[in-house]
Write a protein that binds this ligand. Structure first.
Ligand code: FHN
Length: 447
């Protein structure tokens, strides 16, 4: 069995009780409870930009930003509306792929920066109902999520390159007058009213994932107002930190307590360390683009994606992994394959991700660790990225007593030796799994 990525985690436990968290969806005791337990969600960037699929006028590195990066005039871009007819779209199929991958929530672009709405909005004709498809994508997805106990969430862009009241215009749109444009009207009569539709017409929504907050017309004052407004629409919804102005670039964490937002949003990167008491979620593409680009074949391997999920969970974060569907309504085959491989791993080892918190160890050379309280005791999940050549895994010493150790996939016992400054665990010759098998060190008391 050739192993390009040896991430070995072997199961050690004294408690046989399964500990998979049933992510109960919005409305928990603390509105963040379900989200913290979930740890893993699907991001979906989909819209008119899937029609050109990254190509314009001979250039091929575009995606969801194509209207700007290719400087496509508004009228020309509007022409994609009559071409967008995703006849192969099957909400149940999408949701089952997310669920089978071990994902507990889906965040889909209700409206990206281009302003096109994937839902039937009373406040614009620049929406899915003006396309030949004429079906409310978000309604079908929300209903499918409800059937599969997956939490549905919306990505909604504050920035809007289509609405006449949104300012500023794109700097290259010199022919598009700003006369009569009223940003306050955009916020009060459009942005807020669409958010009322999105939180009122599709059942309980888990997260409002704002984006496009970086332009000067959007202010801290407006961010505070919008945060409070959305909570007034649904009191247990979770709102990311891009509703306000506190996000620190792609590192994504919030600059200070004065800024609103329930979690930080690192993008395409994983913080070097977890931040105690701080909720955060890394969003990441499987290749190099959020929206579909048919030329982008720079796919991260399934093993890399599993390792990133483990790394993020070991630091107390969530992983929002993106799919950019094609214009016909199908996922790229490369995405389907990776989701399947991750799901196969999660079927066996999801317990080491769901409902866990950050590692008690600062640095582990051979991999990562996640932690979970089980009754009055602590369960540690050891994730080994580099298999020790002598099959002896060295773990930093623990303050509390180590009870037992098992190797998952058969629950075979593993011997260990507790020394003054370390614990040595005897590992099998061969890793039981292509990507990962799981260790849980069950420790007396709370770490
Ligand atoms: O401009 C967007 C981009 O298109 C994509 O939606 C990412 C995903 O979070 N957010 C912004 C870039 O930071």
């Amino acid at each position: 069995m050739k192993k390009t990525l040896v991430t070995i985690i072997i199961f050690l436990t004294v408690f046989s009780t399964a500990c998979v968290n049933d992510t109960g969806g919005p409305g928990g005791e603390d509105r963040m409870d379900w989200w913290r337990d979930a740890r893993f969600g699907m991001f979906i960037h989909w819209g008119l930009y899937a029609v050109p699929a990254g190509e314009w006028d001979g250039t091929t590195n575009h995606a969801e930003w194509i209207r700007t990066t290719a400087q496509i005039p508004l009228e020309t871009y509007d022409g994609f509306v009559e071409q967008f007819n995703p006849v192969a779209f099957d909400a149940d199929e999408w949701v089952k792929m997310a669920k089978n991958a071990g994902m507990k929530y889906i965040v889909i672009t209700s409206k990206h920066h281009d302003g096109f709405c994937l839902f039937d909005s009373e406040y614009t004709d620049f929406d899915i109902m003006s396309t030949p498809f004429k079906r409310d994508i978000l309604k079908e997805l929300a209903d499918a999520c409800d059937r599969e106990d997956i939490v549905i969430c919306w990505y909604h862009s504050i920035m809007d390159w289509h609405h006449p009241d949104y300012l500023p215009r794109r700097n290259w749109e010199t022919d598009r007058s700003t006369e009569g444009a009223d940003f306050d009207r955009y916020v009060e009569e459009y942005l807020k009213k669409q958010l009322a539709e999105l939180t009122g017409n599709y059942g309980r929504i888990g997260v409002l994932w704002f984006d496009g907050e970086w332009e000067d017309t959007w202010t801290h004052e407006r961010g505070v107002d919008l945060y409070n407004y959305v909570l007034g629409l649904q009191d247990d919804i979770i709102i990311n930190n891009r509703v306000d102005k506190g996000r620190q670039g792609m590192a994504g964490m919030t600059a200070g307590d004065e800024f609103r937002g329930d979690f930080g949003t690192p993008e395409q990167e994983i913080p070097a360390r977890g931040l105690p008491g701080v909720d955060w979620e890394t969003c990441m593409t499987m290749n190099n683009h959020w929206g579909y680009n048919k030329f982008d074949d720079n796919w991260k391997s399934s093993g890399e994606l599993i390792q990133k999920l483990v790394d993020i969970a070991s630091k107390g974060g969530n992983f929002l992994l993106n799919v950019g569907p094609k214009a016909d309504g199908t996922f790229p085959q490369e995405s389907i394959e990776r989701l399947k491989a991750i799901g196969d791993w999660m079927d066996i080892y999801g317990e080491s991700i769901y409902g866990t918190t950050a590692s008690p160890f600062s640095d582990i050379e051979w991999g990562r660790c996640t932690k979970k309280q089980v009754g009055k005791n602590t369960r540690l999940y050891l994730h080994v990225f580099d298999w020790p050549e002598d099959n002896k895994l060295t773990v930093p010493a623990l303050e509390n007593k180590l009870k037992k150790a098992f190797i998952m996939d058969g629950m075979a016992g593993a011997d260990f030796e507790v020394q003054d400054d370390r614990i040595i665990i005897d590992l099998p010759e061969t890793p039981p799994d292509d990507y990962c098998s799981v260790i849980i060190l069950d420790v007396k008391g709370i770490l």
